[in-house]
Design a protein around this ligand. Structure first.
Ligand code: PNS
Length: 162
């Protein structure tokens, strides 16, 4: 059984993440979406809210081979704990590529067998990021095209300050 982990902050989960997850689920038997617990970073949504939002997206897409969980500490340890052979990341830009290459190097040192599978973002998601979603919503802009339908309302309610 080929298991992968798809780690991230997912603050919040976007349509870009949703697309990468769907594609990863076609490549692997099971995908654990790992929500990083980072006590040093203030997030708009708590870990449990993010895990719950991602599980709603999984359910709404009728994906049977994925589940979201939170993790703290090293990704390499989370991957080992889940029996994963690979970590899946989405790439939009050359900056993402550089960051992913460094992460791959570090993760390979921590767990030699752990592969990194990078999936290129589709054109319509190239400019979609969690930070852009937070900023647009904070100024009451519409984030419908950027956030999965099933979590749109709760994300908008939290982020829209007006
Ligand atoms: O969504 P993000 O913020 O780009 O995700 C970054 C993430 C969570 C994948 C990365 O920060 C991570 O794996 N953190 C866990 C700590 C770790 O393993 N660090 C060493 C390798 S970078």
């Amino acid at each position: 059984m080929k298991i992968a982990v798809m780690p991230g902050s997912f603050d919040p989960f976007t349509k870009g993440h949703e697309d990468i997850l769907k594609r990863a689920c076609e490549l692997f038997d099971f995908v654990y979406v790992g929500v990083l617990i980072n006590k040093n970073k203030h997030c708009a949504f708590s870990e449990s809210e993010r895990v719950s939002q991602i599980n709603k997206v999984i359910y709404a897409n009728n994906i049977k081979n994925a589940a979201a969980e939170s993790f703290c500490g090293l990704l390499a340890e989370f991957a080992k704990e889940k029996g994963a052979c690979a970590t899946v990341r989405g790439i939009r830009t050359i900056n993402d590529f550089s960051a992913e290459l460094s992460m791959f190097e570090l993760n390979s040192k921590l767990c030699e067998q752990l592969e990194t599978v990078c999936l290129f973002a589709k054109t319509q998601f190239l400019c979609v990021s969690s930070s852009a979603v937070r900023e647009i919503a904070a100024f009451s802009g519409d984030i419908k095209d950027f956030v999965p339908d099933v979590i749109y309302k709760e994300v908008m309610e939290r982020l829209c300050k007006r």
